[in-house]
Design a protein around this ligand. Structure first.
Ligand code: ATP
Length: 597
C-alpha cells in the first residue's frame, strides 16, 4: 500500500492527498517563495520588490486624488459653476497620465521579475530533479505523477505576472496595495461620518466613524461568506489538475506507442481508456464550474450592494445638510473603495485557491526529490590489480524489499568476456543497473577499477533528438568527431546507406528499425572505445549473421576491452570466456571452453 509522503502527497494510484495543516502549508510556501531573494540575482530581486512595494502607495495616492477630484466635480455641478469645468478636466487628464505611466512601469517590472524568478526556480528544480539520478528513481518507483508538468507549468503559474494566471507575488502585492488604499479611504470616510450612537444599560455610547465601521463589517461578512462558498472550489481545482495531467500523459503514452497499439488491434480499447480518463476530467469540471459560479455570484452581489448601500447610509446626513453633494458622492466612492480593498480577498479567493494547489504540487515534487532512501548497495572505485569490476556480498532486492537474486562475490578480470545467462525475470538487467549505480535496492558493494572507462548499452538505445551524427556521437558533441570517420563507422556496422544522411534532423528513434538502432549502438561503442563494456541484450533485434558481426567487430576493434553481456542466444556464447548463470535466486559462474562452443 503506497504511503503518503511528508507533503501529504501520495503515489499516483491512490489519488489525492489528505489535506495538509495550514501552518505546514504556509511554511512550505514560504520556503519555496523566499529562496530567490537570497540567490545571486538578489540585487534585481530586491530592487523589483521594493519598487513594486512603493508602487502600491503610488496607486493608493492616485485613487485618493481621483476621489478628491470627484468631490470637487460634484460640488461644481451642485453649484452650477461652469467656469471650473475646464480646469477640472485638465486635472483629470494629469491624474490619468500619471496612472497610465505607473501601470506601464509596474507591468514592466512585474514581467521582468516574473521571468527571472521563474528562471531561478526552474534551474534549481532541474538541477535537483536530475541530480544523483533522482528523476529516474522517481519514475522507477512511480513516486509522483507528471513531474514535467510541475516544473514547466506549476512554477510558471506561481511566478507569473502577466497572462491568464496571476502569480503569488502579484497577489501579495495587491493585498499590500489594498491595505494601504483601505487605510486611505477609511480616513476620507472618517471626515464626514457621523458617530454611531446607542445606549447600553442606560449609558449613552458614541462610536465615531459610522460609515467606516459599516464598510469594514460589510467587507468582513462578504469575505467570510465567500471563503465558505469557495472551499469546495479549491478542492475541485486540485482534483482537476491531477485529472488533466493524467489525461495528457495518457495521450502522450498512446502517441509514443501508436504503432504497437495498431499492431495489437487495440485502438478501440485505448480509445475507450482515453475516453474514461477524459470522463474523469469532464465530471470533475462540473464541481469546478458550480464552485466558480458560487464564487462569481457572491462576488457580483457584493459589488452591486457596495454601490447603493453607502447612499442609503449617508443620504440622511445629506438631507439634514450635514454634507455637500460632492462629499456624498466622494463618500460613496470611498465606501466602495474601502469595501473593495478590504474585500480583495473576496475577489482573489479563486486566485489564492489556485496558488495553493500549485504550491502543493511543487511541494509534492520537493518531497519526491528529497525522499531519497539511503542506498543499500554501495558503489565505489578501487579494485585489486588485474580486476576491472568486483562485487562483494551483493544481493539485489525488488523496490519494496523482497529478495531478487543473491550475487555474492564476483570478480571480473581485465580483458575477460562474461555472458550473463538465465531465464527472463531472473535479475540480469537489474544486476547491470546495480553495476551502473542505478539500482540502490539490496545490500553489498560494487567496485570498479580506478582507471576504467565504462559504457553500458541497453537493449533499447536512447537516440537524442537531432541529427544522425549527434545520435552516433552521443554523449559527445557531434563537432567532436569528423564526418568522414562517422561515415566509415556506418560502413563498418553495415549502415553505409545512411552515410549521406548524417546531418538529417529526423525522429531517428522512430524511423530506424530496432536492429538498425542496435547497429548504431555498435558504432557508438567503436567510437567511444570503452575499457569496460556492459551489454544488455544489445543484439536481441539482430539476425544471427548481424549479431555475429556485432561481436566480431568488438573482438577485432577492442581486443583489450572487458565485456559483460546479457544474452539469450547460446550461439553467442563463443564470443565469451566465462558465464554467470542465474537460477533460483542465486548465480554461479563457470569458464567457457571456447574450443567447444
Ligand atoms: N522498476 C521496477 N519496479 C518494480 N519491479 C522491477 C522494476 N524493474 C525490474 N523489476 C522486477 O525485477 C525482476 C527482474 O527484472 P530484470 O529486468 O532484471 O530481469 P531479466 O533477468 O533481465 O529479464 P529479461 O531476461 O526478461 O530481460 C522482474 O520481476 C521485474 O519485474
Amino acid at each position: 500500500m503506497p504511503q503518503p509522503s511528508q507533503s501529504g502527497e501520495v503515489r499516483r494510484e491512490t489519488g489525492l492527498a489528505p489535506p495538509q495543516s495550514s501552518q505546514a502549508r504556509w511554511r512550505d510556501a514560504w520556503q519555496l517563495a523566499s529562496g530567490y531573494w537570497t540567490s545571486p540575482d538578489w540585487k534585481f530581486a530586491w530592487f523589483a520588490l521594493i519598487t513594486l512595494f512603493f508602487f502600491q502607495f503610488g496607486t493608493a495616492f492616485i485613487l485618493l486624488r481621483t476621489n478628491q477630484w470627484q468631490r470637487q466635480f460634484f460640488d461644481v455641478i451642485e453649484q452650477r459653476n461652469a467656469s471650473q469645468l475646464v480646469p477640472l478636466m485638465i486635472v483629470f487628464l494629469g491624474i490619468m497620465a500619471m496612472q497610465v505611466v505607473m501601470i506601464l512601469t509596474e507591468n514592466l517590472i512585474d514581467g521582468l521579475l516574473s521571468i527571472r524568478w521563474r528562471t531561478y526556480l526552474t534551474r534549481d528544480y532541474l538541477d535537483r530533479w536530475m541530480r544523483r539520478n533522482r528523476y529516474a528513481e522517481i519514475e522507477r518507483l512511480r513516486i509522483i505523477d507528471n513531474p514535467d508538468q510541475r516544473i514547466a507549468e506549476d512554477l510558471n503559474n506561481i511566478t507569473s505576472a502577466v497572462g491568464t494566471t496571476v502569480g503569488a507575488l502579484h497577489i501579495v502585492m495587491r493585498l499590500i496595495g489594498s491595505l494601504v488604499a483601505a487605510v486611505t479611504f477609511a480616513m476620507i470616510l472618517l471626515e464626514t461620518a457621523p458617530p454611531i450612537r446607542f445606549s447600553l444599560g442606560g449609558t449613552a455610547i458614541s462610536i465615531p466613524g459610522s460609515t467606516v465601521w459599516y464598510a469594514a463589517a460589510y467587507a468582513l461578512v462578504g469575505s467570510y461568506l465567500t471563503a465558505k462558498i469557495g472551499q469546495p472550489f479549491i478542492r475541485a481545482m486540485m482534483r482537476q489538475q491531477h485529472r488533466e495531467a493524467d489525461f495528457r500523459s495518457g495521450l502522450i503514452h498512446v502517441r509514443r506507442n501508436a504503432a504497437q497499439i495498431g499492431l495489437a488491434g487495440a485502438v478501440a480499447t485505448e480509445r475507450q481508456a482515453l475516453e474514461q480518463s477524459f470522463d474523469a476530467v469532464r465530471l470533475n469540471f462540473r464541481s469546478v464550474l458550480y464552485g466558480s459560479l458560487g464564487i462569481t455570484a457572491a462576488g457580483s452581489v457584493y459589488d452591486r450592494m457596495g454601490t447603493v448601500l453607502p447612499l442609503f447610509i449617508m443620504v440622511p446626513t445629506y438631507f439634514a445638510g450635514g454634507m455637500s453633494f460632492g462629499q456624498l458622492m466622494a463618500g460613496r466612492d470611498a465606501f466602495g473603495q474601502l469595501g473593495m480593498q478590504l474585500g480583495y480577498f473576496v475577489k482573489s479567493y479563486q486566485l489564492i485557491g489556485q496558488q495553493v494547489s500549485y504550491f502543493n504540487r511543487i511541494k509534492g515534487l520537493d518531497d519526491a526529490i528529497d525522499d531519497a532512501r539511503p542506498a543499500g548497495i554501495a558503489v565505489g572505485v578501487g579494485t585489486p590489480p588485474g580486476v576491472v569490476l568486483m562485487t562483494e556480498g551483493l544481493a539485489l532486492h525488488r523496490p519494496h524489499g523482497a529478495a531478487l537474486v543473491e550475487v555474492g562475490d564476483w570478480w571480473v578480470g581485465v580483458g575477460e568476456r562474461w555472458a550473463l545467462c538465465g531465464p527472463s525475470g531472473a535479475g540480469k538487467s537489474t544486476l547491470i543497473r546495480a553495476l551502473a549505480g542505478l539500482w540502490p535496492d539490496g545490500r553489498g558493494r560494487v567496485a570498479m577499477a580506478q582507471d576504467s572507462r565504462a559504457m553500458v548499452v541497453p537493449q533499447r538505445l536512447y537516440l537524442p533528438l537531432g541529427t544522425l551524427k549527434a545520435a552516433i556521437c552521443f554523449p559527445d558533441r557531434p563537432e567532436a568527431h569528423d564526418d568522414a570517420s562517422i561515415a566509415a563507422l556506418l560502413n563498418q556496422v553495415r549502415l553505409g546507406h545512411l552515410a549521406d544522411d548524417i546531418h538529417g534532423v529526423r525522429l531517428w528513434q522512430e524511423e530506424l528499425s530496432p536492429g538498425e538502432q542496435q547497429r548504431i549502438a555498435l558504432a557508438r561503442i567503436l567510437l567511444q572505445r570503452p575499457t569496460l563494456l556492459v551489454l544488455d541484450e544489445a543484439t536481441s533485434a539482430l539476425d544471427g549473421d548481424n549479431a555475429r558481426h556485432f561481436y566480431e567487430c568488438l573482438g577485432a576493434a577492442l581486443p583489450q576491452t572487458t565485456i559483460i553481456s546479457v544474452i539469450h542466444d547460446d550461439a553467442l556464447l563463443r564470443y565469451h570466456d566465462h558465464r554467470l548463470i542465474f537460477a533460483d535466486g542465486r548465480v554461479r559462474s563457470e569458464a567457457i571452453d571456447t574450443a567447444t562452443t
